[in-house]
Write a protein that binds this ligand. Structure first.
Ligand SMILES: [Zn+2]
Length: 237
């Protein structure tokens, strides 16, 4: 995942060459490339040139380890769990790339849309019709928001990358998942946006990447979605 975050936005191959130190260019040996542990026994520095290794690498490794554990606890060791873990991994990659570069590469989201559609045939909780509706709702609703915003302000507020990301999310989570994701990410994004706004100068244009919020909303839905929606519907009655 770190390799994807680092190389995909720069259009570099994620297979070749193998991992190397960005400073001295020396290849990293397999025993120095073990998630989290290698960082600890190298004391956070390159073995050859002693350049400090960003804390981001073990952090991403730790986060993906936690999610692998959560997925196992919820779904068990099965195809369904594997699909959801792959989905979460893609969302985490998108999150960190969007934070670093304010882009969501098409090379990630576009191929994932048909893959998510195929995956629905292996998921007991989602029909392919639900998946198609999710794709349309996800791509369509954000497109409508972006178009309206553009019409009113004449500026581009929401990136096209966000629209493709939500289309991908909708394909795997279905239309209910899309609406949950929009609701949760908007609520979270508003809170964080206000906090950021209070801490920046007035004349500076505010640019908060939205991909991370969409990703968090979608991940929350994977674990708690059906329960939350049942609770909400029950609450309305
Ligand atoms: Zn080095």
């Amino acid at each position: 995942m770190n390799v994807c975050i680092y190389r995909l936005p720069e259009s570099k191959s994620i297979i070749h060459p193998g991992s190397m130190c960005p400073k001295c260019g020396r290849q990293i040996k397999y025993y120095d490339n073990i998630p989290v542990l290698s960082y600890l026994w190298l004391k956070g520095k390159c073995r050859y040139c002693q350049t400090p290794i960003s804390l981001r690498y073990p952090l991403v490794e730790l986060i993906s380890g936690f999610f692998a554990t959560f997925v196992y606890l919820k779904f068990g060791f099965c195809l369904e769990g594997l699909i959801y873990f792959a989905f979460i991994a893609v969302l985490l990659i998108v999150t960190f790339i969007d934070i670093d570069h304010q882009i969501i590469p098409d090379v990630i989201t576009l191929p994932c849309i048909p893959l998510c559609f195929l995956a629905t045939f292996a998921l007991p909780t989602l029909t392919y019709k639900d998946s198609l509706l999710g794709l349309l709702a996800g791509g369509g609703s954000l497109f409508a928001v972006a178009w309206t915003y553009h019409l009113i302000t004449g500026k581009e507020g929401m990136g096209g990358g966000d629209i493709k990301l939500l289309a991908m999310i909708g394909t795997l989570l279905g239309w209910k998942g899309v609406f949950f994701t929009i609701f949760a990410s908007s609520a979270l994004g508003t809170v964080v946006g206000i906090i950021v706004m209070l801490h920046t100068q007035k004349d500076r244009k505010l640019a908060v990447p939205f991909g991370p919020f969409l990703s968090i909303g979608a991940i929350v839905y994977v674990f708690f979605g059906s329960g939350l929606i049942d609770w909400y519907v029950h609450f309305l009655r």
